[in-house]
Design a protein around this ligand. Structure first.
Ligand SMILES: [Zn+2]
Length: 69
């Protein structure tokens, strides 16, 4: 049982008239780039809220967290 649940990367939403391929990428693509990633996390054993985190994927270090909105 993990305290936090990974909610995926916060990708930029495609335009409404984007192609099916672009929407598929948006939904399923895993970027896995080396460097800073923006991700959603859910604090399941704590306040049970979603928050955004900026994480360095090379050092696996959280740089910053913020509440949405
Ligand atoms: Zn919390």
């Amino acid at each position: 049982m993990y305290e936090f649940r990974f909610g995926g990367e916060t990708l930029k939403r495609p335009a409404p008239d984007a192609s099916d391929a672009q929407w598929a990428d948006y939904r399923y693509l895993k970027v896995n780039k080396a460097g800073t990633e923006h991700e959603w996390w859910f604090h399941r054993l704590g306040c049970r809220r979603w928050f955004r985190a900026e994480r360095d994927t090379v050092e696996n270090r959280v740089l910053k967290t913020e509440w949405p909105g």
